[in-house]
Design a protein around this ligand. Structure first.
Ligand SMILES: [Zn+2]
Length: 337
């Protein structure tokens, strides 16, 4: 193990708060809390994005409970280097670094970050995992918590529907942790709320509790389904690196696209074909893909009289009035299943 730390003991973290725990870590770290039966295990992943501390705080709280687990529980603290950049929890990735949740399916690692993730993946693949929970938050405000899955089999959906009010199926090719783990076991990303918001911290604790109950790690039931809807057929849209995107009440002539400023408010809502999206003179500012395949942006948007419109009924997600995010991970359109 050259590129990540592994501990079978969490006692040195006890009594510390989240910032103190973060300070003790040196790099991507995995913890094993041994259960009575080590032939089965679950993984709880936190801080794959350094600016998303809700899951990490839930982990710190959980280990201070000093519980006995019936099976092994592994906790991962993903992008420690990004999270430690001052002020703590302000950086999604390290500057010029990789997005830690897009490099889990790399065949030939080309840098230290990819090598680290490849080694963690090799380690995780040897574990008897029954389930994976990866806790995240998002930049947008006023958006509901939601759950991403890779597979929509009955077992995965049963728990996914309990974890949050929306379930979205991502497509292979993103290189996310849950994509790498889904062939092994049901795997969930839960987006718990806005970065660093108390509501997101509270939601992450509830989700962890439900996940543990679903796997018999805690006594009790995961609870009732919060939704029947599942959104599928994901398409990812990114603003091109060389294009200029702004968000404003009226067209900015210096930009390639001016998105409507309230675009965050249409996330996870049913958008109808013909809905106004902003101003642009062409669709050249954007690329689209399913993850594995490039898609023609013109299937989903059109420009008329200098205005940009949605072309299909769809459900947007992770639309965010932020140029870095619009270029780096972009936003997504789904269809209701
Ligand atoms: Zn994230």
């Amino acid at each position: 193990m050259e590129t990540f730390d592994y501990f079978e003991d969490v006692s040195f973290l006890k009594g510390k708060d989240a910032l103190e725990v973060l300070d003790t870590l040196k790099r991507t770290t995995l913890f094993r809390v041994k259960g009575r039966d080590s032939t089965q295990a679950v993984l709880v992943s936190t801080l794959i994005h350094g600016s998303e501390p809700c899951g990490f705080r839930a982990f710190v709280k959980e280990i201070n409970e000093e519980r006995d687990y019936p099976i092994d529980v592994y906790f991962m603290v993903g992008n420690v280097a990004a999270a430690q950049i001052e002020p703590a929890f302000s950086h999604r990735n390290i500057p010029e670094g990789k997005n830690f949740n897009r490099i889990w399916c790399v065949d030939q690692p080309e840098d230290d970050e990819e090598t680290c993730i490849a080694e963690v993946k090799g380690f995780l693949n040897k574990l008897p995992l029954l389930g994976v929970l990866d806790l995240h938050s998002f930049m947008a405000k006023g958006v509901s918590p939601h759950t991403f899955v890779v597979s929509v089999d009955d077992k995965t959906l049963e728990l996914a529907k309990c974890l949050s009010p929306y379930v979205l199926k991502i497509e292979p090719g993103m290189g996310a942790l849950i994509e790498a783990m889904s062939p092994k076991c049901p795997s969930f990303v839960v987006e718990c709320g806005t970065h660093d918001a108390p509501e997101a911290d509270a939601f992450a604790e509830v989700v962890l509790d439900k996940f543990f109950k679903a796997y018999g790690i805690l006594e009790g039931e995961a609870g009732d389904a919060l939704t029947d809807d599942v959104f599928v057929n994901m398409t990812n849209f990114k603003v091109k690196a060389e294009s200029k995107a702004v968000w404003a009440e009226e067209k900015d002539p210096s930009a390639d696209v001016t998105f409507r400023p309230d675009c965050e408010g249409i996330n996870l809502s049913a958008v109808k074909a013909g809905e106004f999206c902003g101003w642009a003179t062409s669709l050249d500012f954007m690329v689209a893909s399913t993850g594995t395949e490039d898609i023609d942006v013109a299937e989903f948007f059109y420009v008329e009289d200098g205005k940009l419109y949605f072309k299909q009924d769809c459900v947007p997600n992770l639309m965010c009035a932020n140029e870095f995010i619009a270029k780096e991970s972009g936003f997504y359109l789904f269809e209701k299943r």
